[in-house]
Design a binder for this molecule. Structure first.
Ligand SMILES: Cc1cc2nc3c(=O)[nH]c(=O)nc-3n(C[C@H](O)[C@H](O)[C@H](O)COP(=O)(O)O)c2cc1C
Length: 178
């Protein structure tokens, strides 16, 4: 199966990209593509901009990546209890493409992490509310609080309880396809 993985962040040192890349490592028999939101940076969505210049090619490229995937792994950065502006801009442009749902009705493993205790729980909640209207079939969700205490470069999640939780949720996601 084809897996598309990305973080909802444009940080060059995104902890969500680290988490989603780690989660993708539990799918060794699948074809995994990890996207970087920086490669999809577009002008800020604006009604007049859409009318004058149309939907940017980058938004269409992003939609094609989604449409070509069987499973989406997405880890959202939480900014002020919601999406990062970088993610929201891609989401908004992609949502303007006609005759398709933004997330293509694809199964999704939704994640979030943050340096604080919340672990991105708010942004997970925000996305879960929106998901049915945006064609995202969230099979599982996972939040990793206190990223810096629970994740090590090269090792991944070091907190046994959270690691077990991630592994168990990966299994649920795999079972979805059986
Ligand atoms: C503008 C801004 C707002 C933030 N708001 C929150 C927040 O509401 N909750 C939270 O847990 N962390 C918040 N953070 C901290 C982010 O979780 C942290 O920067 C994290 O590294 C973002 O993920 P990323 O590294 O994948 O971009 C905020 C950071 C910024 C820059």
């Amino acid at each position: 199966m084809k897996i598309l993985a990305f973080a909802g962040s444009n940080s060059e040192v995104s902890i969500n990209k680290k988490l989603v890349t780690f989660a993708a490592s539990f799918f060794p028999n699948d074809e995994v593509e990890i996207l970087d939101l920086n490669d999809y940076e577009m002008p800020f969505y604006k009604h007049e901009r859409e009318q004058q210049t149309g939907i940017p090619e980058l938004a269409k490229d992003f939609a094609k990546k989604i449409d070509g995937a069987d499973l989406i792994l997405m880890s959202l950065a939480e900014h002020n209890s919601a999406y990062s502006a970088a993610f929201k801009n891609v989401f908004d442009w992609v949502s303007r493409i006609k005759d398709r749902k933004h997330f293509g009705e694809k199964p999704m493993f939704l994640m979030a992490t943050a340096p604080g205790n919340g672990g991105g729980k708010n942004v997970i909640e925000v996305f879960l509310k929106r998901a049915p209207f945006s064609g995202a079939n969230v099979v599982e969700s996972f939040s990793l609080p206190n990223f810096r205490d629970r994740f090590e470069e090269g090792k991944g999640i070091t907190d046994q309880e959270k690691l077990d939780e991630l592994k168990s949720k990966v299994e649920t996601v795999k079972q979805f396809f059986q």
